[in-house]
Design a protein around this ligand. Structure first.
Ligand code: GZL
Length: 328
């Protein structure tokens, strides 16, 4: 992975020329402006869907920042399907948007469409998930957390909590997505070095509460009391798993240790209730950084390829004090 730059690098974008623009709804085009009105920029945002509280918080962050900056935002919800994202990018090209924000549902399959976008001269800002391409000039920058490190942080916390012994089941995110691949990689890197801990089951819960609960029910049916802990790639699946654990007559947070990632409000509430043990924050509040990057690119600046969002870890010892501070 390329040398990572801290989010502070985004501060340089603040020096970018400010664009004073009028405010428009995502579905409307700008009314014709005449005279000396400042240019209104139009940005296409291809969002994955609404599978989790984290995802809806990210959407809100980008929509509200567009409104704050008077950007005409064209929003597309792909319902978890890459082909819908590809269609949306083609539509943005046809609409001659000034820039594109893309949250890519999976890592692969982007090269052809990103070449079409580049040929149209439209810069692409990747948010929250990366892509596998042979030519990284196909996107201006990626603004995301370090998912491998998130997996390591979750694992190191769990190893300490369990004194290096116990059986773990893993609820993975969307198959083929950068967070699922890298959160698995980081977690297994640490656990593989612990002879007393074994990952006895690992399956995708698609980042949703419903699927997370369904898969945890199957794990409990198959493994029962052998399960000492759950590692969920996001809080929504962890909350679904907590429901399954309770319905199986066990006590989440004590009988079965639960650790996850995202840091959404419901996770803090679950930690205060003693049902979730730990969550690794992964901020979805990427709107300001995304539009700073767009302004910098449109002002002719070259951006660092990776801008890493810093993550913190919280557990039941810190959840109550932090809960009032949560912004998503
Ligand atoms: C992480 C993001 C993941 C979240 C999930 O950047 O892509 O997708 O962890 C969300 O909650 O569904």
């Amino acid at each position: 992975m390329r040398p990572l730059h801290r989010i502070g690098a985004l501060c340089m974008f603040a020096a970018a020329a400010m664009l004073v623009v009028s405010c428009q709804d995502s579905e409307q085009d700008d009314a014709a402006v005449g005279g000396d009105a400042e240019k209104t920029i139009t940005v296409g945002f291809s969002q994955i869907g609404a599978e989790s509280a984290w995802r809806t918080a990210e959407t809100e962050s980008i929509r509200s920042e567009a409104a704050n900056r008077g950007v005409n935002l064209k929003f597309s919800d792909a319902q978890q399907k890459q082909e819908n994202q590809i269609k949306a990018l083609r539509a943005f090209i046809a609409q001659q948007v000034d820039a594109i924000i893309l949250a890519p549902v999976v890592e692969t399959g982007w090269e052809p469409i990103l070449r079409e976008v580049r040929s149209a001269g439209i810069p692409v800002i990747l948010v929250d998930r990366g892509v596998n391409v042979s030519d990284d000039s196909l996107f201006a920058t990626l603004i995301a957390s370090d998912f491998v490190e998130e997996g390591r942080m979750a694992a190191m916390w769990l190893v300490e909590k369990m004194d290096g012994t116990g059986n773990v089941v893993e609820l993975k995110g969307t198959t083929g997505s950068a967070p699922a691949i890298d959160r698995e990689k980081g977690f297994h890197e640490i656990l593989d070095a612990q002879p007393g801990m074994t990952i006895i089951k690992s399956q995708t819960g698609e980042f949703t509460r419903a699927k997370g609960k369904e898969v945890m029910e199957a794990f409990l049916k198959a493994e029962g009391d052998r399960i000492d802990a759950v590692y969920a790639h996001n809080d929504d699946m962890a909350i679904g798993a907590i429901q399954a654990i309770e319905e199986a007559g066990r006590t989440p947070g004590t009988d079965v240790i639960v650790v996850s990632i995202d840091g959404v409000r419901a996770a803090f509430e679950a930690m205060v209730a003693g049902k979730l043990n730990c969550t690794v924050e992964c901020s979805p509040l990427l709107g300001p950084a995304a539009f700073d990057a767009i302004e910098a690119v449109l002002a002719g600046e070259t951006l660092p390829k990776n801008t890493v969002v810093n993550d913190r870890i919280f557990d039941q010892s810190t959840a109550e004090a932090e809960l009032p501070n949560r912004r998503y």
